[in-house]
Design a protein around this ligand. Sequence first.
Ligand SMILES: Nc1ncnc2c1ncn2[C@@H]1O[C@H](COP(=O)(O)OP(=O)(O)OP(=O)(O)O)[C@@H](O)[C@H]1O
Ligand SMILES: [Mg+2]
Length: 257
Amino acid sequence: MAENETRKPILKLENINKRFGGVVTAKDIKFDLFPGEIKGLIGPNGAGKTTLMNIISGIYTADSGTIIFDGMDITNVPDYRRARMGIGRTFQSPRFLQRSSIRDNLLIGADLGNRIGFLEGFFGKKSTNFEQELKDMMDLLHFGFNWDDEISSLPFGQRKLLEIVRSLLSHPKVILVDEPAAGLNPKEINYLMDILRMAARKMNIGVLLIEHSMDMIMDICDSIYVISFGVPIGEGTPEQIANNHAVIEAYLGKEDE
Ligand SMILES: Nc1ncnc2c1ncn2[C@@H]1O[C@H](COP(=O)(O)OP(=O)(O)OP(=O)(O)O)[C@@H](O)[C@H]1O
Ligand SMILES: [Mg+2]
């Protein structure tokens, strides 16, 4: 986005390398993610997309390279601290406390930054922005349910969407979203795109999005980064990527998505 040029990236990857034995999963990966930007991270199965998210969130350590978050070198910062600093994430399969209520599961996310006011607001003791934020998100998701129900009573698609809501409630500066559309029906995919747009445009969060659905990637992303066998093979706007021969050959030309 043009207006980003004068702004500082919220996340900066510098020459990230990672291999598992003989398998190269990241080779000199470098990109900037700006506040309010939705960047697609795409590539064939096994390209190293999830591994890169694990490196950014601190689950894996890169063999070499530097990760700058909000102007700080976080390369050696442990994962739980990165989460508290404002790197939120969701997983290919949603992760919740299955036996706990929807309310308790969301509170875990909201309280990540130790924002105790959120907790009180949720239980109606005190009015905070939290309630309004949550209401705005729920309106986008068209959800109606009983907060006291067990999270496991919800259909898979709704749980996946709630996982994103949970990560947003902690006010992250960056969210890493791994295949959010997988298993969602077309309506839920539209709601998903609305909430990701809200995260970027209204909350000014930098969104890194892994997704196999090219329709969604082309529709929602401001920029796209493409890797194949850990190697970056293209970077640009959706239009540039759609016309990039290396990308078409390695990825878009393939039969499966
Ligand atoms: N902990 C690990 N130990 C060994 N190899 C691993 C490990 N994690 C990932 N790999 C390997 O790294 C490569 C990249 O895997 P990764 O899960 O990052 O791919 P991906 O791009 O997310 O694929 P998909 O689209 O299927 O989710 C694969 O060859 C995978 O087998
Ligand atoms: Mg993956």
